[in-house]
Write a protein that binds this ligand. Structure first.
Ligand SMILES: Nc1ncnc2c1ncn2[C@@H]1O[C@H](COP(=O)(O)OP(=O)(O)OP(=O)(O)O)[C@@H](O)[C@H]1O
Ligand SMILES: O=P(O)(O)OC[C@H]1O[C@](O)(CO)[C@@H](O)[C@@H]1O
Ligand SMILES: [Mg+2]
Length: 466
């Protein structure tokens, strides 16, 4: 028998040419779970003269998106134990669970800025007003705390018409201030019956609590979240909005670092990029730039001294090329930086406050050169673009993405779904239960091809001590 011959069957004995996946449909919470007498009505899209809905236009329970599309047939059991999950496909439903005329919608943005926030707000307002004829839409100011401590802003289509051309969030945002009972009481008191929450992992954890409390109180209020994180650290979805814009913006900093480094004897250009606990921005900016000699991310701890360390690598690179560019994600190397100020280790949301790895690394590089190469010229130019990569207008791709996210969320809430997140899975828009997505984390997989590609492009060490 030829052991190298390709197998004819996979693990379950099915022929490789045709196989069956046993997928489970993830159930989304629906208003009728706790309001069984709620009656549906026909969507106003039927009579919207811009639409000519056919049966294919509408989606139903049977339209699903399978989460996982990549399998190794020789090792994966397709039919049994581990469930292959599928999610409801996002889009308009023929039957909705609101009279749009009675909808009072609230929109809130929480956490850090991200390119595209204003586009999502704009499209929520435009979609609710123009597709469904919703008369009352309110913006909650300054994140979660705004529900109970500030007056809302009434939003209309005219007001938001050019918001997609602005960075930041016109509604303002903040960290901290999550008080569950005050928030849900305020939602009830203001009569909001649809709540759209735009935010990252922390925001999603808060949104789950809001949804659970609303369900506990059996209120006719739909809650949808739209995942926002410039770090791209939310799991399940393909990527988060604004991430690509941030990667694009980071190119300017890397190019400048490269020019500075090239223009000096033994020049090092050091760029710190956002990425609290994940290195997606640093990784993607490195791969798209190709000027980078070494990319340091939290998922792949590095060290400075000795064999296989950063200094040895840079020594060789400077000897070869006369310059080098290092990109470091803000969350990398934190365990090596001396920390003295115990008081400010958490921000208002409870996130760890990081020490400046760029400033620290610049100091370490200078100390190293002074120690080992005292008589040779050397310079480190440190560029920290921080907020410049996120406080910008979304690019065209992200603007389109934000538009589709907002419209997906509206269709889902109108259809009675609640406690869900709208997001793309394998290029198609799906509804994902909030509690499921809130516990996921999208980290850089240092075992996959992308990270190997970074290593082969930069030829940097793997920082595994031998
Ligand atoms: N576990 C939690 N339960 C309830 N609320 C939370 C929780 N974690 C964070 N929040 C609230 O969510 C809001 C945003 O959280 P955070 O500042 O962590 O930003 P984020 O949503 O993770 O976005 P990003 O990290 O992209 O800036 C804050 O108001 C915070 O108080
Ligand atoms: O200074 P702020 O607004 O708290 O935000 C900084 C953090 O927010 C993010 O942009 C998103 O989590 C991180 O990359 C960064 O650490
Ligand atoms: Mg976060």
């Amino acid at each position: 028998m030829n052991e190298n011959a390709p197998p004819k069957t996979h693990q379950d004995g099915q022929p490789l040419e045709s196989f069956t996946i046993n997928a489970t449909l993830v159930r989304l919470p629906h208003l009728t779970d706790y309001l069984p007498h709620l009656k549906p009505q026909t969507t106003p899209l039927e009579s919207n003269h811009f639409y000519h809905p056919s049966d294919e236009f509408y989606l139903s329970h049977s339209d699903v998106i399978i989460r996982r599309t990549i399998y190794d047939l020789s090792t994966t059991s397709l039919s049994s134990s581990s469930p292959h999950l599928s999610y409801p496909r996002a889009g308009p439903r023929k039957q909705i669970f609101y009279n749009p005329q009675n909808v009072r919608a609230a929109i809130v943005t929480c956490g850090g800025l991200c390119p595209g926030l204003n586009t999502v707000i704009r499209e929520l307002v435009v979609g609710l007003s123009e597709e469904y004829g919703v008369p009352e839409i309110f913006g909650i100011k300054a994140g979660y705390r705004g529900f109970y401590s500030m007056d809302p802003v009434k939003l209309d289509v005219k007001m938001v018409h050019n918001w997609h051309k602005r960075g930041g969030t016109v509604l303002e945002t903040s960290r901290g201030g999550f008080d569950l009972h005050k928030i849900v009481n305020a939602i009830e008191e203001h009569g909001y019956n649809q709540v759209y929450i735009i935010g990252g992992d922390g925001t999603l954890r808060g949104a789950v609590k809001i949804f659970n409390e609303i369900r506990h109180r059996k209120l006719h209020i739909g809650v949808a979240a739209i995942p926002k994180t410039v770090d791209n650290d939310v799991g399940i979805i393909d990527r988060s909005f604004g991430f690509q814009t941030a990667v694009e913006k980071a190119q300017q900093a890397i190019s400048a670092a490269h020019v500075e480094a090239e223009s000096a004897p033994n020049g090092i250009g050091l760029v710190k990029l956002m990425g609290r606990t994940t290195g997606h921005i640093a990784l993607n900016a490195t791969l798209s730039s190709r000027d980078v000699d070494c990319c340091l991310i939290p998922e792949n701890p590095f060290y400075l001294e000795g064999k296989g360390g950063l200094f040895e690598f840079l020594d060789e690179r400077l000897a070869q090329n006369g310059h080098a560019v290092v990109v470091v994600a803000e969350g990398a190397g934190q365990d090596m930086i001396p920390r003295t100020d115990a008081a400010s280790q958490k921000d208002e949301s409870g996130n760890p406050v990081f020490l400046d790895v760029g400033v620290w690394l610049k100091g370490e590089l200078k100390r190293w050169w002074e120690r080992d190469h005292k008589d040779e010229l050397f310079t480190v130019k440190y560029i920290d673009p921080t907020y410049m990569i996120r406080a910008v207008t979304a690019n065209a791709t992200d603007n389109l993405y934000c538009t589709l996210l907002a419209h997906s969320a509206i269709h889902g809430v109108m259809a009675g779904y609640t406690g869900f997140v709208a997001g793309p899975i394998n290029g198609n828009y799906a509804y994902i239960p909030m509690d499921e997505i809130s516990v996921t984390k999208n980290e850089v997989n240092t075992k996959d091809h992308n990270w190997a590609w970074v290593r082969s492009v930069t030829t940097q060490p793997d920082f595994v001590r031998s």
